[in-house]
Design a protein around this ligand. Structure first.
Ligand SMILES: NC(=O)c1ccc[n+]([C@@H]2O[C@H](COP(=O)([O-])OP(=O)(O)OC[C@H]3O[C@@H](n4cnc5c(N)ncnc54)[C@H](OP(=O)(O)O)[C@@H]3O)[C@@H](O)[C@H]2O)c1
Length: 231
């Protein structure tokens, strides 16, 4: 049996629930040593798992992450943390927070983990974005802009790190069956386990951009076309 110190190491941000929780369970079963971070505690009890309670939108998060990466060198980081609220034009206090958690939190995480990966000339950063990155939205403009910025940032980072031994993957999901999936109609919704199957493919192949399910893409393109006509 392998010592804990010999296992590949991953840090998953936003993994107390949904896809992050399922991915943690899958990676532990596959023999990874995992560190998890979220605002609430984790139900997972495992010798190869350590959970930290932290909020990516708080000022202390930067120092917290910098301390974590001093303790362990991570081979893989997956950023899942995300929130979404419908726009209330009479009370827009949640708007900036959505961008702080979904986008700025990811950039702060990348800033903490990637320099070590670059120095070691190996590592993989995966961010969970959305097909929402293609569209503007009257119902949830902050969510959509957070994912548009997220995908754009990771595309640039992937190019910047291409020759430095570090891979960056931007994963664009359609609907996935978690509490985050909102809307009366959720076409082509993936189960959480199917979404984690896609993440396993990303971990193995390390593409720059990965979209699932592909069948949702024409629908998004059509919505974008119609929006451009009416905007
Ligand atoms: N479900 C979908 O249809 C769908 C589609 C495309 C993309 N996505 C994206 O996939 C990612 C994962 O979403 P999910 O569907 O698995 O949703 P989820 O079940 O709501 O999980 C979100 C995770 O983010 C954590 N989180 C939220 N705010 C945080 C904060 N301030 N600091 C640290 N952790 C925080 C939550 O934990 P705590 O509450 O304990 O902090 C939770 O573990 C999100 O970025 C989402 O935008 C989801």
């Amino acid at each position: 049996m392998k010592e804990l110190s010999d296992l590949p190491k991953a840090i998953l941000i936003g993994n107390s629930d949904g896809m992050g929780l399922a991915a943690t369970q899958r990676l532990l079963a596959a023999g990874w040593d995992i560190t998890g971070v979220s605002r609430s505690d984790s139900p997972i009890k495992d010798a190869a798992y350590r959970h930290h309670v932290a909020d990516v939108s708080e000022a202390a998060y930067v120092d917290f992450m910098n301390e974590l990466v001093q303790i362990k060198s991570y081979d893989l980081c997956i950023y899942f943390a995300g929130i979404g609220e419908l726009l209330d034009p009479l009370d827009m206090r949640a708007e900036a927070k959505i961008i702080d958690v979904n986008l700025t939190g990811m950039v702060k995480t990348a800033a903490a983990v990637i320099p070590g990966m670059v120095r070691r000339e190996r590592g993989h950063f995966i961010g969970i974005s959305s097909l929402a990155d293609e569209l503007f939205s009257a119902e949830a403009p902050s969510y959509h802009v957070s994912k548009a910025g997220f995908s754009n940032y990771l595309g640039g980072l992937a190019l910047a790190l291409k020759s430095r031994g570090v891979n960056v993957t931007n994963v664009r999901f359609g609907f996935v069956d978690t509490k985050m999936a909102k809307g009366d109609v959720k076409p082509f919704m993936l189960s959480v386990e199917k979404a984690v199957d896609h993440l396993e493919i990303c971990i193995r192949r390390r593409p720059v951009r990965y979209t699932a399910p592909r069948i949702a893409v024409p629908l998004i393109k059509f919505r974008k076309f119609m929006m451009n006509l009416t905007a």
